[in-house]
Design a protein around this ligand. Sequence first.
Ligand SMILES: Cc1cc2nc3c(=O)[nH]c(=O)nc-3n(C[C@H](O)[C@H](O)[C@H](O)COP(=O)(O)OP(=O)(O)OC[C@H]3O[C@@H](n4cnc5c(N)ncnc54)[C@H](O)[C@@H]3O)c2cc1C
Length: 454
Amino acid sequence: MKYDVIIIGAGPGGIFAAYELMERRPSLRVAVFEAGHALDKRHCPIDGEKIKSCIGCKSCSIMSGFGGAGAFSDGKYNITNDFGGTLYEYIGKKHALALMHYVDEINLRYGGEGTKLYSTAGSRFKTVCIQNDLHLLDASVRHLGTDINYIVLENLYKHLKERVDFFFDTPVETIRVNDGGYTVLCKDASYECEKCIVSVGRIGSKWMEKVCAELAVPTKSNRVDIGVRVELPANVFAHLTDELYESKIVYRTEKYGDKVRTFCMNPKGAVVNENTNGIITVNGHSYEDPALQTENTNFALLVAKHFSEPFKDSNGYGESIARLSNMLGGGVIVQRFGDLIRGRRSTANRIEEAFVTPTLQATPGDLSLVLPKRILDGIIEMIYALDKVAPGTANEDTLLYGVEVKFYNMEVEVNDKLESRHKGLYIIGDGSGITHSLSHASASGVHVARDITG
Ligand SMILES: Cc1cc2nc3c(=O)[nH]c(=O)nc-3n(C[C@H](O)[C@H](O)[C@H](O)COP(=O)(O)OP(=O)(O)OC[C@H]3O[C@@H](n4cnc5c(N)ncnc54)[C@H](O)[C@@H]3O)c2cc1C
């Protein structure tokens, strides 16, 4: 089989690359290979009753399949260069923002119309934060919500499947460089193409590493973010979330000078498990539909850990910490802030008696046995700092779930077209290590499609 373009991975990066290719040159023969299921076949078996925690499915429906890791996400498209990736370093700030706005327009056209765009511009919280040594980052946030995000994906798929060949449940094993193009090898067949766009996301990080080694594409890796997911009554953060929806707040700790930041805020949302290569960590999401909302807000507090030479395996470090929590708790551990401060574990009784009802069934335990002291100290300092702008954050019953790890793919060497040293082999999205968000990953897809179609 010979295609003009093969896209590996049907996450936001791959989807928007396919979309833009079809918009600009509908005659192109394009195929998308996806290790996970089609959208309507994606179901996580955790139902909270019979199956309460991750059973390690062969293909994780939360992370894989049409829509990628973003399919059941909160659908927060952050239009900013301040976080979510470093795409602007490759293509320039103005262009990166323009592409993110373009993606936003498409999302609106395919089902997101009527969803709210929040903005930090002119927010009084910027001043309130800075007065308390906290720094609110600038962004516009389109909140699609998990439900609308799904509808947008459904509509995009309906639109694309007419002209693009989708191969689901078809992991690509490797890529070979041949004369004038590439051979994409799957288990039972191989396919030829002139150009290849690789968009394998976080779940494809190990595969990406292998392919880069085989094709001699240089990579570097030195960062991992480690922390907890905080869950508290929604009214504690309501003054911030009602106006901004998501606030990215950064704090520099007094003790070590480390940066701690809030990440992925889900007003009236739920805490969820995340499975990365068999390791269970924690994440969160929320719904636009009021009927599906909870009484709690959750967000992550993450400490960025950068390593210098000779240590290269920053993700391995994060995985070891997550594994430790899995070993002690059989999955994710939950602890009341009050128990953590008193140096005692949380028990099922203490969690049950708390005023905050957990939205995720996790094992009550002691996070101080899992997280390195420096990271835990940073998190505790930040909770007290946040308590000044959102009183109640440092309440005894505030729940901390651990661990949340933000793995960064190693950064792949690409040029300003996001093309590797092999002509026509593009590496985009979170799999490239350049993006870490829906909007940046999607924008990177549009960028390469425009380069291909000229
Ligand atoms: C629970 C959760 C909530 C999130 N919430 C948000 C949010 O609100 N806002 C935000 O900006 N970001 C959020 N994120 C992050 C966001 O989902 C990612 O940044 C984004 O999906 C990256 O897009 P991508 O296309 O690069 O990769 P992905 O979305 O990870 O897609 C990659 C795809 O490639 C496939 N693949 C991997 N290897 C192969 C292979 N060898 N062959 C074939 N296919 C392969 C995978 O199965 C996957 O479907 C969230 C992530 C999670 C897990």
